[in-house]
Ligand binder design. Structure first.
Ligand SMILES: Nc1nc2c(c(=O)[nH]1)N[C@H]1C(S)=C(S)[C@@H](COP(=O)(O)O)O[C@H]1N2
Ligand SMILES: [Mo]
Length: 351
């Protein structure tokens, strides 16, 4: 396959730009090249002038603040490797099909982010006694299905969620200024959460005293299910546990003998406890966990297995986290197709 063809296959939409990462770029270290990082945009990307751009922190605070990029760069920073995953990752495998970007398994990537810890800024502003949530506003907006007015990209976190998540206001990605498509000049990074929480092109943080009801908070990014004939909506929060097989590639013909199976595993709720692999539906075999385990980013795993009889077969990998969460055989269907973390099945052919 030509390079352009591979690229085309990864682009889910040109405008707004939405693109998956490739399995190829997942092979190697923990953080990945910026150019291969998946992209998820709801609207056209806003081009912000870093000299006039400002971040406003206001609402129910004791000291409203306005900061320029230089002010943020002068504050103590933290650097952290964080995995972002779109809540819609894996949506294309749902049956029946649901609307939305038809992501396969590439709406997940890991980078090293540098910026100001969110709590430092909150401390500077001083949260008022009635403050309950933080609303994060991005500079992008546009029209959405079923709404005539312009909708902006806005998301909120409860105060304790914001503190516990160790969120960062990031201005650098893999040691370089944030690229436009990843939120230049500043974005929020909320480790362990589905990517939607990590607001790009950030311009404002408002402290409010009640649950925020914005479109991307209550109409989208909610798990919708029916219980006793009633519609239940639960917000999308932490990344569900998942293992991804990076080697071998699907449909790869395999010589008899030993095969090394490699992949990644992550969970937003707790560190990964184990990854098990099954060949052709046979017994689960525990893989070796490599790299360090944290709920902030994925870790690598590998297993050497003995291949069996010639013919087509499958490899499956299942992750379990320290909190005991594991992956279902079949995705849990929900109307908007979020959190689809079913066990991946990679078909291979034994020669
Ligand atoms: N301002 C803004 N922030 C945003 C979005 C967006 O459309 N606008 N998309 C969100 C979603 S759904 C995801 S999955 C991540 C994707 O981040 P990335 O494009 O850097 O991979 O950004 C989030 N932040
Ligand atoms: Mo997303």
């Amino acid at each position: 396959m030509s390079a352009t063809r591979v690229l085309e296959e990864l682009i889910r939409s040109q405008d707004p730009l939405n693109a998956e990462t490739s399995v190829q770029s997942l092979i190697g270290g923990v953080a990945m090249p910026t150019a291969a990082f998946y992209v998820r945009n709801h609207f056209q990307m806003p081009v912000l002038d870093p000299t006039t751009w400002r971040l406003r922190v206001g609402g129910l605070v004791q000291r409203p603040i306005v900061l320029g990029l230089r002010d943020l760069l002068a504050m103590p920073s933290r650097t952290e490797v964080v995995t972002l995953e779109c809540a819609g990752n894996g949506r294309s495998f749902l049956n029946p099909k649901v609307d939305g970007e038809q992501w396969r398994l590439g709406a997940v990537s890991t980078a090293e982010w540098t910026g100001v810890p969110l709590v430092d800024l909150l401390e500077r502003a001083g949260i008022g006694s009635t403050g309950a949530e933080l609303v994060f506003r991005g500079a992008d907006s546009g029209t959405v299905k079923g709404r005539s007015e312009t909708t902006s990209f806005e998301r909120s976190l409860k105060l304790d969620q914001a503190r516990e998540s160790e969120a960062i206001l990031a201005y650098a990605m893999n040691g370089e200024p944030l690229p436009l498509r990843h939120g230049f000049p500043l974005r929020l990074i909320v480790p362990g959460w589905y990517g939607v929480a990590s607001v790009k092109w950030l311009t404002e943080i408002e402290v409010v005293d009640r649950p925020f009801g914005g479109y991307f908070q209550t109409e989208r990014y909610v798990y919708e299910s029916e219980r006793d004939g009633r519609l239940i909506k639960e917000p999308v929060t932490l990344q569900r546990v998942r293992a991804l097989i990076t080697e071998p590639q699907p449909d790869q013909p395999m010589e008899p003998g030993n095969l090394v199976i490699r992949g990644l595993a992550w969970s937003g709720a707790a560190p990964i406890a184990r990854v098990d692999v099954s060949l052709g539906g046979g017994p689960w075999q525990e893989a070796r966990l490599l790299t360090e385990g944290t709920p902030h980013h994925w870790r690598r795993w590998e297993l050497i297995i003995q291949l069996g009889q010639p013919g087509p077969t499958t490899i499956r990998a299942r992750a379990t986290d320290v909190a005991g969460r594991t992956q279902p055989e079949k995705p849990e269907w929900n109307r908007l197709g979020y959190g689809s973390n079913a066990i991946q099945v990679v078909p291979i052919r034994l020669l």
